[in-house]
Write a protein that binds this ligand. Structure first.
Ligand SMILES: *Cc1c(COP(=O)(O)O)cnc(C)c1O
Length: 225
């Protein structure tokens, strides 16, 4: 399928989810996750009007950046090794996987301008998942207030791998609650307007629960081959 055709289908589902939950379509950004696909396919996505692209490895990002440059808005969405920060920091607008102070320190040191970071929260508590615990989230963010190159743009989570809609919904609701807590703390470095949640299998539920960024790979550009 052409990316444009997949996008049409997804746009319809997004619109339906927005209608169902009384949300405005303009609040939602699709991050096209190109980590599994070629530079050509990523270019096709960009040309189909998907201006936000997400990668989870520095090699993948650099490879595509060589061709597409800074025309797309680049999102780094995967676990980020501290020593890789210097490779991507001048190319990305968003980092969705801030999950430890040592990573924040490296971003602070390497960035030449404020980077929009999302704190990755392990809401589901699965051992295999990255992210800080919900309980730690507020204090983690408070501790970043002196980091001039880090702006806490929002929170990110990966839902548990399940078809159980109630479990998915509970996970997304929890992240929304946490966002409200962070916003209530009124920290200038943490406007926390974004909620990055929802992937190919669960983005409509995520939208109903307040997602502002959905990260879609498989359903949009293709998955692991
Ligand atoms: C791969 C990936 C996605 C996209 O997953 P799909 O199921 O292919 O849509 C979203 N977020 C993160 C963090 C990923 O690593």
């Amino acid at each position: 399928m052409r990316v444009a055709d997949n996008k049409t289908i997804i746009d319809e589902k997004i619109n339906a989810a927005c209608q169902k939950s009384g949300r405005n379509r303009n609040e939602i950004t699709i991050v096209a996750v190109t980590k599994y696909v070629s530079v050509e396919r990523a270019t096709e996505a960009f040309e189909a009007g998907l201006y936000h692209l997400g990668e989870n490895r520095d090699e993948g990002l650099l490879n595509k950046y060589t061709v597409l440059g800074d025309k797309p808005i680049w999102h780094y969405i995967g676990s980020l090794q501290t020593r890789k920060v210097k490779n991507i920091i001048d190319k990305v607008e968003y980092i969705h996987s801030l999950d430890r102070i040592s990573l924040a320190e490296e971003i602070e040191k390497r960035a030449t301008k404020p980077i929009k970071c999302l704190v990755q929260v392990n809401v589901s508590g699965e051992e295999s998942k990255q992210g800080i615990t919900p309980l730690e989230t507020l204090s983690f963010i408070r501790n970043l207030d002196s980091f001039s190159n880090i702006q806490i743009a929002g929170l990110m989570t990966m839902a548990p791998l399940t078809e159980d809609e109630n479990k998915l919904r509970a996970c997304f609701k929890k992240l929304k609650e946490l966002q409200k807590e962070v916003q209530a703390a009124n920290m200038t470095h943490a406007p926390c307007m974004e909620l990055s949640m929802g992937m190919s299998n669960d983005y409509t539920i995520a939208i109903e629960e307040g997602a502002t960024m959905i990260r879609i790979g498989t359903a949009l550009v293709g998955g692991e081959s």
